[in-house]
Design a protein around this ligand. Structure first.
Ligand code: IPM
Ligand code: MN
Length: 386
C-alpha cells in the first residue's frame, strides 16, 4: 500500500520526539528541572520539537499509586521515543516503609531495564582538563584529564539470575543467586564494545575474572569469536580486581572498557570516585528498540530540597540522548561545551566542592545553587546555538 508507505516516511521525517520524563526521588526533581530546559532551547534554535511527558516512577510513585513503576508510566514509556530518568530511592530508614519488592531499585529500575532490554550501559568516565581539580588523583596522574568509556552489560548476570533463600538439609539458612548469561547476551554487548573502540582509539579493555569464574571463561570464549570481525582492534585483558587498582594508578591507559553487569556496577562507581564525584557521571542505557538515560548516581536524600546538587550528570544524560537517540551530535556537543565553560569560568555547586577539598588543587570555585548553575549552562547553550 503506497499511501501507507509514504505516511511512514513522513513520520520518520517529522523531527518531533516524545520523551518520557521520570523525575524520580529526592534530588531527582531538582536536577531534572534544569536538564529539561535543554530541550526547550534546542527546539527554539533548531528544526526539531520535543514533547515532554512526565510520569511517576520510584518511591514517590509507590506512595501515590502503590507501585514503583506504575502501569500508566509503562504506557508512557512504551510510547516515548526515549526516556529520561532521574535518580530514585530514599534513605535507608524511609525505604523500610516500602515492601522489599516495591523498593525503587527492585520495583522500578530493574523492571525498566528488563522491559526495554537495555543491555548496553554507556558510562563515560570523563573529566576535561579544566575540571581536573575535582579529581582526588594527583595532577601527574590525571595529566590532560580522564576520558574513558565504560560499557557495562545491564540486563544479565547476578542482577537477573534466579534467587533462592531457604534452610538446607543441615538446618542452616542459605541463600543462592545465579550468575547466568547466554552466548547472545554476551555477544551483543561485546559487539557494542568493539564498535565503540573502533570509533575511538581502537583499544578495548576486556574486564573479567577468568581466573575464578566460569562465566568469565565463557565470556572470553565469545570475545574470541566476536573479535574475528574486528581485526584492527587491540584487545587487552584485565582481571576486574587489577582493573580497580589500575583505574586509580593510571586511568590514562584506558579508553573503552567492556564488562559484565556486577563488575560494571562497581567499576563505574569507582569511575565516579576518580572523577571526584558521582555527580559527574551521566549514562545511557541502550536496548534494541528503546533507550533510557540516567545519572549513574543515587538520589542523595541527604541533600534533597536544598538546591545544592550539581545537575551535570542529569544534563549530561540529556546530551547523551540528543546524540544517541536523535542523532543531534552538534547540539549534544554544545551542551557539553556549555557545561565545561561554566566550570572553566570558576563556578561550582557545594556538593562538588567537597570533592574539590579532597583534591590537591588550590583552585576554589565560586559556589552557586543547582538552579543558578542551570541558568549559567542554559545562557551559554543559547549563545552557542545562535
Ligand atoms: C546503578 C545503580 C543500580 C545498579 C541500582 C540502583 C539498582 O547502582 O545504576 O549503577 O546497581 O545497577
Ligand atoms: Mn551502581
Amino acid at each position: 500500500m503506497p499511501a501507507r508507505l509514504s505516511l511512514e516516511v513522513d513520520l520518520n521525517m517529522s523531527n518531533a520526539y516524545k520523551i518520557a520524563i521520570l523525575a524520580g526521588d529526592a534530588i531527582g526533581p531538582e536536577i531534572m528541572a534544569q536538564a529539561v530546559r535543554v530541550f526547550d532551547i534546542i527546539a527554539r534554535h533548531r528544526d526539531v520539537a520535543f514533547e515532554l511527558i512526565p510520569a511517576p516512577f520510584g518511591a514517590a510513585a509507590y506512595f501515590e499509586y502503590g507501585k514503583a513503576f506504575p502501569d500508566q508510566t509503562k504506557v508512557i514509556c512504551d510510547e516515548a521515543d526515549a526516556i529520561l530518568k532521574g535518580p530514585v530511592g530514599l534513605s535507608h530508614e524511609e525505604s523500610k516503609k516500602i515492601p522489599v519488592d516495591e523498593q525503587p531499585e527492585r520495583g522500578a529500575i530493574l523492571p525498566l531495564r528488563a522491559r526495554y532490554n537495555t543491555f548496553a550501559n554507556f558510562r563515560p568516565i570523563y573529566l576535561s582538563k579544566d575540571m581536573a581539580h575535582f579529581s582526588p588523583l594527583k595532577p601527574e596522574v590525571i595529566k590532560d584529564g580522564i576520558d574513558i568509556l565504560l560499557i557495562r552489560e545491564l540486563v544479565g548476570g547476578l542482577y537477573f539470575g534466579e534467587k533462592e533463600r531457604g534452610v538446607n538439609e543441615s538446618g542452616k539458612r542459605f541463600v543462592k543467586e545465579v550468575l547466568e548469561y547466554d552466548e547472545d547476551q554476551i555477544r551483543q554487548v561485546l559487539k557494542v564494545g568493539f564498535e565503540e573502540a573502533q570509533k575511538r582509539t581502537k583499544v578495548l579493555h576486556n574486564i573479567h575474572k577468568s581466573n575464578v569464574l566460569m562465566s568469565s571463561v565463557f565470556w572470553n570464549e565469545i570475545l574470541e569469536e566476536v573479535r574475528q570481525d574486528y581485526p584492527e582492534i587491540e584487545v587487552k585483558h584485565l582481571l576486574v580486581d587489577a582493573a580497580a587498582t589500575a583505574l586509580c594508578l593510571n586511568p590514562g591507559q584506558f579508553d573503552v572498557m567492556v564488562t559484565e553487569n556486577m563488575f560494571g556496577d562497581i567499576l563505574s562507581d569507582q569511575g565516579g570516585g576518580i572523577l571526584g564525584s558521582l555527580g559527574l557521571m551521566p549514562s545511557a542505557c541502550i536496548g534494541p528498540e528503546k533507550a533510557y538515560y540516567e545519572p549513574s548516581h543515587g538520589s542523595a536524600p541527604d541533600i534533597a530540597g536544598k538546591n545544592i546538587a550539581n545537575p551535570y550528570s542529569m544534563i549530561g544524560s540529556v546530551a547523551m540522548m540528543l546524540e544517541m537517540s536523535f542523532n543531534l551530535k552538534a547540539e549534544s556537543d554544545a551542551v557539553w561545551e556549555a557545561m565545561r565553560s561554566v566550570f572553566e569560568a570558576g563556578y561550582s555547586t557545594s556538593d562538588l566542592t567537597s570533592a574539590e577539598s579532597g583534591s590537591t588543587s588550590t583552585i576554589t570555585s565560586r559556589i552557586v545553587s543547582t538552579s543558578e548553575f542551570g541558568d549559567l549552562v542554559m545562557d551559554k547553550l543559547e549563545a552557542l546555538l545562535k
